[in-house]
Write a protein that binds this ligand. Structure first.
Ligand code: NPG
Length: 369
């Protein structure tokens, strides 16, 4: 395809309630949306970077800058770029995987729209529904957590994940087990602990959690393998798995018994598929993580989660879990599941008026020659 231009649009969507994690509190989702025009066809992508570099080193303004200065010009210089070659063309630029992923998504969207093919069909996914889990932020009190989880269970969510941090770990889990019994439950530390906290994880072993997600530093696969030998609950890596190479290392070192695949974090849906494939051949279960995606990328995650190695419910909840009003038609829960989109393309298209309402800034990067 020949790219005519790329629009970068920053939007701001208020969250239904603040989302508190070990790395901060968010009350709105500031997101970067990509609209690529290639061979006269529009394709949409979503950049899942946060406004601040608190989850990963990438952040919204940094993504805008690197796309404008380096990534967009490199893609535009290639007159026959395809989504499948985005990774290779952008390889000379180190890192910036979240920014690269958003461009790959937008090009793949344009490509599949041209081919009238759904993302599920492109992936070979035939499942129509995927099970939906919900991620519950740190609450002001344990009572509020118990109530919030009860509401999500009533809505039909098939698995509960709670955010933990030092001081908010064993007691919240104990309260949920005592109130709701053997529900599918897991915890996410977002790297908030060190190996000195091993006793916390040993205490958590009593509660039959599905997994403990990313207890230690992002760049310490080795210490996760040490921790894995000291506890019985499976360790799931998220932040540490930045590529298929990192996944292969984590598996080889027995640092991850389960992997959370986030397409944005690993550089795109195509790398996500590669991680799925290698994890599956190693017998490591995977699930699809979430980064508070708008409706533009939410359905694409559902399609990805239809691949056979995704054997645990993902963080693919209904749009209403986070947004009163999304930029697209919302995704809804159907018996605890999210429907895999059947329409052509990767993205669900934004509603133009809604998009205008929540736009903070736009920038058009034209083709120069
Ligand atoms: O359902 O989209 C969702 C959110 C799931 O907890 C969730 N995501 O650390 O996994 C995480 C966390 C996150 C959200 C990370 C936003 C980074 C950005």
């Amino acid at each position: 395809m020949r790219i005519d231009g790329i629009e970068l649009r920053v939007v701001s969507l208020p969250l239904v309630s603040p989302f508190v994690t070990s790395f901060g509190s968010q009350s709105e989702r500031i997101a970067l949306l990509i609209r690529v025009v290639a061979d006269g066809v529009e394709g949409w992508g979503e950049c899942v970077a946060l406004p601040e570099p608190v989850y990963s080193s990438e952040y919204v303004a940094g993504a805008v800058d690197v796309i404008e200065r380096f990534l967009a010009p490199a893609l535009m210089a290639d007159e026959s770029i395809t989504a499948e070659r985005v990774g290779e063309v952008l390889e000379p630029f180190v890192g910036h995987r979240i920014a690269k992923a958003s461009l790959e998504m937008a090009l793949l969207d344009a490509q599949l729209r041209t081919a009238h093919q759904s993302f599920a069909a492109y992936l070979g996914v035939t499942k129509e529904l995927v099970p939906s889990g919900v991620s519950v932020g740190i609450q002001p009190t344990i009572d509020e957590l118990v109530t919030a989880v009860g509401d999500y269970l009533d809505e039909g969510y098939q698995r509960i994940k709670i955010k933990i941090r030092p001081g908010w770990d064993v007691e919240p889990v104990r309260a949920l087990r005592s109130e709701y019994g053997a529900i599918p439950l897991q915890v996410d530390a977002n790297s908030a602990y060190t190996l000195d906290d091993v006793v916390v994880f040993q205490e958590l072993d009593d509660f039959e959690l599905l997994l403990i997600e990313q207890p230690l530093y992002e760049d310490d696969i080795r210490l996760h393998s040490v921790l894995a030998r000291m506890i019985s609950t499976p360790i799931c890596l998220d932040e540490s798995i930045v590529s298929a190479r990192a996944a292969a290392d984590a598996i080889a070192l027995d640092a991850a018994q389960i992997i959370n695949i986030k397409p944005g974090r690993v550089g795109g849906y195509l790398e996500a598929v590669r991680i799925h494939d290698l994890a599956r051949s190693a017998g490591i279960p995977v699930w699809c993580g979430g980064m508070l995606e708008t409706g533009i990328a939410r359905g694409a995650n559902a399609a990805l989660a239809g691949l056979p190695g995704f054997t645990l419910p993902g963080d693919i909840s209904a749009s209403a879990r986070f947004y009163r009003e999304d930029v697209t038609e919302p995704f809804e829960l159907e018996n605890g599941c999210i429907r895999v989109p059947a329409e052509a393309g990767v993205a669900r298209l934004p509603i133009p008026e809604r998009l205008d309402e929540c736009t903070v800034s736009t920038r058009w990067i034209p083709r120069v020659s």
